[in-house]
Design a protein around this ligand. Sequence first.
Ligand code: SAH
Length: 216
Amino acid sequence: MDSPDTLRHQGLRKRLVEGLRIKGIRDQRVLDAIAKVPRHLFMDSSFIQFAYKDQAFPIGAGQTISQPYTVAFQSMLLQLEPNEKVLEVGTGSGYQAAVLVEMGANVFTIERQRELYLKVQQLLPELGYHPKFFFGDGYKGLPTYGPFDKIIVTAGAPVIPDDLLQQLRIGGRMVIPLGPAEKQIMTVITRMGDDDFKKEVFGAFVFVPMLKGTEK
Ligand code: SAH
């Protein structure tokens, strides 16, 4: 591979992880995963110098790789147990999926933009990460693969997608940024029973929008 993971990159990741801890991420399993995943390899080479700043960056096709703090926060809210089946909506760069795989999850990830879907399908296995990749509309989820223990939505959703609620197992959690394009509220929905859902909120974030249908 043309851009390897060097000691310098590993050192920068350690500093990033310390920064996340200071910002309130105390889940050691999340921090360990972020310390391991070579984020710079998920970005275009022109952005490598920014890879370990706590910022979002463009990844092509008008999309972004989420800010490390946001990835850490959503991963923490999932409360993952080993081997849980997780649906991620919005594969994007594949970075969040890699973090979840690193944490021991069985990850199913879906992307609506073909260009990103194809790119990631090549990159992640090269880095040793093997989530299951799907091209499709995350509003519909993956009905034939559900129910899922956890669902993580990594685009800003204007409404809670009903299909996703139905694909959550009883006792399962969905982490989803909910709201209009300008600002979303990080929300955790726990399925308490067949038709019984509990909602908790965790502050404001800004994601690229969750869009309907697929592209090219
Ligand atoms: N998890 C990604 C974040 C990427 S940004 C990462 O770690 O890099 C959000 C992604 O959600 C974009 O790639 C966008 O194309 C995708 N997306 C938006 N609406 C979607 C939908 N309905 N179904 C699947 N993916 C969607």
